[in-house]
Design a protein around this ligand. Structure first.
Ligand code: ATP
Ligand code: MG
Length: 507
């Protein structure tokens, strides 16, 4: 199937409602991004489902979030329900075949899929600050914390590493302020408290190792289909900021890790961003600018990003302008804001003389949409009233039993299921603090004329103990320095932070 050049979306209709022609998404423009919009219950999820099916069949791996659990059925064979068969006839989908798709279930909480994790280092200060909703001053401290960790070779893997580093920074606040600018104890304390809140919301599961390998969401099956990664997001949506930050992180990882490929005959990966308004709501301008930048540049890495949201006004104009393939389901137009949304949505299309776009948007039936895909030379096609095809996989959710079976048989089973807690900032700082304490105690004993015995091999520590004990700051500093020496080689790689501040690996 991988020799196809397009994905069948549905059939457009003439003014008298009769069949006009097949509407298709050209795979070679699949990386020019897309947008699926519409009010509640108008058919967005089904449109996402048939797009994901089409990409998978064309050999393109897909990543999508399943907000309500109703996308999970994509892993199961569809059934010939009357209304689906009728729709297939209307759009001249013949034969209408049923299919189950190769799905990998993921879950930040590790309950409805394989655990998906990132390290604190990979997340970076910009996204973490956004996740924790930090003030500008606190974000400044967060930046300094990351700089210190980078410079001093402290591995930041999980939340307790970050806690330990912050505690250490609070202790050295005066010294660090002199070196890096304002690091006040209250601002460090505020970040520490926010971290505790984050932990209580279950984010501790998400930070740590083994971290997600991008290659695992870019798998294809032996028969040449793209794997569909489905992120369980029902529980995640209770913390919208974690949801949005996670997807942003994933997008920036893709951007940082994938090579430039230019224009291909089909994308390397397609990424669906459902409830996309969460990405931009209350986001600071710098973040929006950077998202815009990533969206623009990720194209040449062969990644297509498809935003799914109720209202096109949810997406900043600069981002909207980059979304080439569009499926606009019905919108309501009762309030002025809704009417504005309808006008905006209508204006973004290349008009069709057969109908008035704004009127049509308010009259579309369920599973019907205004569709405009990029055609030859990447120009948007004239907008068409289109009946969307029915899915080949199951419409609606999978059962818990079916899910368990798929998880057990997935190609990544066993790779992410157990947390690995290797030595990182928390353990290092703890160990060094204890050593410093011990040596201080020893030194005090010596000074007060106590025992004169020495532990073999520890003469050096005891020898410097006298000097150290006179200055607590120096103790902490010495501890960190020796940490640098001991882990220097394992962190021995260029640390480069990308557009969204995440860590570029493997360079
Ligand atoms: N292309 C289609 N073919 C057949 N039926 C469809 C199609 N699209 C939508 N439907 C029907 O409409 C119902 C609602 O569609 P869907 O769940 O996609 O809406 P939605 O826009 O995602 O809603 P929400 O905003 O609540 O998530 C589906 O369960 C299905 O019965
Ligand atoms: Mg939906």
């Amino acid at each position: 199937m991988a020799d196809e050049t397009s994905i069948f979306i549905g059939a457009s209709r003439k003014p008298d409602d009769s069949y006009q022609r097949a509407e298709e998404l050209l795979l070679r423009y699949g990386n020019r991004h897309g947008l699926v919009t519409g009010a509640t219950g108008t058919g967005k999820t089904v449109s996402l489902q048939i797009l994901a099916e089409g990409f998978s069949n064309a050999g393109v791996p897909v990543f999508c979030a399943d907000i309500k659990g109703d996308l999970s059925g994509i892993a199961m064979m569809g059934e010939a329900k009357d209304f689906l068969v009728k729709r297939a006839e209307q759009v001249k989908l013949d034969p209408y075949q049923f299919q189950e798709f190769p799905v990998i279930f993921w879950d930040l909480f590790g309950e409805q899929g394989h655990p998906i994790r990132a390290t604190i280092s990979e997340m970076g200060p910009l996204l973490l600050s956004r996740l924790m909703n930090l003030t500008e001053a606190q974000e400044g401290v967060m930046n300094i914390a990351f700089r210190i960790a980078d410079e001093e070779g402290l591995l930041l893997l999980d939340l307790k590493d970050l806690q330990a580093l912050l505690a250490n920074i609070a202790e050295r606040a005066d010294e660090l302020s002199a070196r890096y600018g304002n690091v006040t104890k209250p601002s460090v304390g505020a970040i520490q408290r926010t971290l505790l809140v984050l932990e209580s919301q279950g984010a501790a599961n998400f930070f740590g190792e083994p971290a997600l390998r991008i290659a695992d969401i870019m798998r294809t099956t032996r028969d040449g289909r793209g794997a569909i990664s489905v992120l369980a997001a029902d529980k995640l949506m209770m913390n919208p900021r974690l949801y949005a930050t996670f997807l942003l992180w994933l997008m920036s990882e893709l951007f940082e890790e994938l090579p430039e490929v230019g224009d291909l005959d089909r994308p390397k990966l397609v990424f669906f961003f459902d409830e996309a308004h969460l990405l931009f709501e209350d986001a600071p301008k710098v973040l929006i600018d950077r998202v815009e930048q990533v969206v623009r540049l990720i194209r040449s890495k062969g990644v297509g990003v498809y935003f799914v949201t109720q209202n096109p006004l949810d997406i900043p104009e600069k981002v909207l302008a980059q979304l080439g393939n569009r499926v606009q389901h019905a919108l309501r137009a009762y309030t002025p804001r809704e009417q504005q949304a309808v006008r905006t949505a209508a204006e973004t299309f290349r008009p069709n003389p057969d109908f008035d776009c704004a009127t049509a948007i308010t009259q579309l039936a369920t599973g019907e949409a205004l569709v405009s895909m990029l055609e030859d030379k990447g120009v948007p096609a004239m907008v068409q009233r289109t009946l969307i095809r029915p899915p080949s996989s199951r419409l609606g959710p999978i059962t818990p039993d079916e899910r368990r079976k798929i998880i057990a048989e997935s190609p990544v089973t066993g790779q992410y299921d157990e947390t690995v807690d290797r030595e990182s900032a928390f353990e290092m700082l703890q160990k060094k603090a204890k050593e410093a304490q011990d040596s201080e105690a020893q030194a005090q004993q010596q000074n007060s004329g106590g025992s004169r015995w020495t532990i073999p091999g520890f003469d050096d520590v005891l020898g410097t103990g006298n000097r150290r004990s006179s200055n607590r700051q120096t103790v902490a500093e010495a501890a960190i320095k020796s940490v640098v020496r001991s882990v220097g080689s394992s962190v021995g790689r260029a640390i480069v932070r990308g557009i969204l501040g995440s860590l570029a690996r493997g360079r």
